[in-house]
Design a binder for this molecule. Structure first.
Ligand code: MTE
Ligand code: MO
Length: 386
């Protein structure tokens, strides 16, 4: 970062900090699948500075998650670029490095992907034994329409060289003190396949909380690859190094028993999301003979979900839920299950999803020291009255 770059950035002023605080109204964690009456429309804050806030599950009922309810995850207090002076630099192993303004990016062909953004740590609080880190419940996830310029188009315009195998990505947020920068890189193959430098989210200019003026979208991959406040992408022969590549955001190659930790070299960077299904609507109580509809969403690092099933006997027998018609590659798939209780008593409903690659959601998520990719069967308890 040279001085020149510094002048194009600024830290949040007081007004913006208050706006942030309002966006993530302080509230304690509620598990939120029951919620009587109209739920309050705000995020659930999991951390103060930087901002880490998730969406209450009962508000994750739309195919497209509204922007003001979309979860937020920052490693540091962000440095927000000024839209007018901001430039996206494309350099590294290219013949013609680029420096593009927002206007310049808008003039390039735009492309759209509707897909899931999920933090690798979503559901961390459900791992046993517990693991340190932001104690996300189920709501560090959302589905949105992202519009912008394909990374492929940018790299081709810059004259990508064959020597480049990885794309290093850099945000304009700077860590405090000795904290290492949030460095990421992704394989060239993935970057060229479907990554987008997004300028819009659900038809609106990207909001500051979500990385304005531009962020990376990596369909099917965990949120840590989705660099916000993007300032530079660089084509490189090798992966980027640094704490968040070499130590953080890694998952054991061959996971062990719960509680067993691994050295960084026994792990690989997290990439594809794991298949999972989440319940968003279930009654707390029901009546024998009266139909209920249970709802939720299912997602995966595979492009589609092929089935969602419900069990009421702990996995002995399964019934298929109906999948909603709306779907896009790497988007979530909404599902519903109509159920008419036959007998009084307490019922534990559990769901599991299967993706288009044939992966089936496991009953218990694989424990790992960073608490990534929790995807155990989600359940809801229903009291059936006679
Ligand atoms: N520059 C920058 N980009 C970032 C982060 C960050 O701290 N700094 N956090 C990442 C992580 S871990 C996640 S899960 C997503 C969250 O995106 P959102 O806040 O728009 O939901 O942004 C990613 N991009
Ligand atoms: Mo994340």
């Amino acid at each position: 970062m040279n001085e020149d770059d510094d002048r194009t950035q600024r830290h949040l002023d007081r007004r913006e900090l208050f706006a942030l605080a309002a966006a993530v109204a302080l509230t304690s964690a509620a598990s939120g699948i029951e919620g009587a009456g109209a739920p309050a429309r705000h995020l659930l804050q999991r951390n103060a500075y930087p901002v880490d806030a998730e969406t209450p599950l009962e508000l994750l009922t739309d195919y497209l998650t509204p922007n003001d309810l979309f979860f937020v995850r920052h490693h540091f207090i962000p440095t927000l670029p000024d839209r007018k002076t901001w430039r996206l630099v494309v350099n590294g192993e290219v013949d013609r490095p680029l420096q593009l303004s927002l206007e310049g990016l808008r003039k390039m062909p735009q492309s759209t992907a509707t897909c899931v953004l999920q933090c690798a740590g979503n559901g961390r609080r459900f791992h046993r034994p517990t693991v340190p880190g932001v104690q996300w419940g189920h709501g560090a996830v959302g589905n949105a329409r992202w519009t912008g310029v394909r990374v492929k188009d940018l790299l081709e315009r810059a004259g990508l060289r064959d020597s480049a195998r990885h794309v290093h990505t850099f945000g304009t947020d700077t860590p405090p003190g000795k904290v290492p920068p949030f460095s990421r890189s992704l394989e060239m193959e993935k970057a060229l396949a479907d990554a987008i430098v997004a300028l819009e989210m659900n038809g609106e200019p990207l909001a500051p909380l979500h990385g304005a003026p531009a962020r990376l979208v990596v369909p099917g991959w965990a949120g840590d690859h989705w660099m916000k406040w993007l300032g530079r992408i660089s084509a490189e022969p090798s992966p980027q190094s640094g704490f968040y590549m070499d130590v953080g955001y890694r998952y054991p190659r061959a996971p062990g028993e719960p509680g067993v930790t691994f050295k960084p070299e026994e792990m690989d960077p997290v990439k594809d999301l794991f298949v999972k299904s989440t319940i968003t609507v279930a009654p707390k109580s029901a009546r024998v003979g009266k139909e209920q509809t249970i709802r939720g969403f299912a997602l995966s690092g595979a492009p589609d979900i092929s089935r969602v099933e419900v069990t009421m006997d702990g996995g002995e027998t399964w019934s298929e839920a109906a999948l909603a018609a709306e779907h896009d590659p790497y988007a979530w798939r909404q599902w519903s299950y109509r159920w008419t209780p036959a007998a009084a008593g307490r019922v534990t409903l559990q769901v599991r999803a299967t993706d288009s690659r044939g992966s089936i959601q496991p009953k218990t998520a694989v424990w790992n020291q960073s608490g990534y990719f929790w995807n155990g069967w989600h359940e809801a308890e229903v009291e059936v009255m006679g």
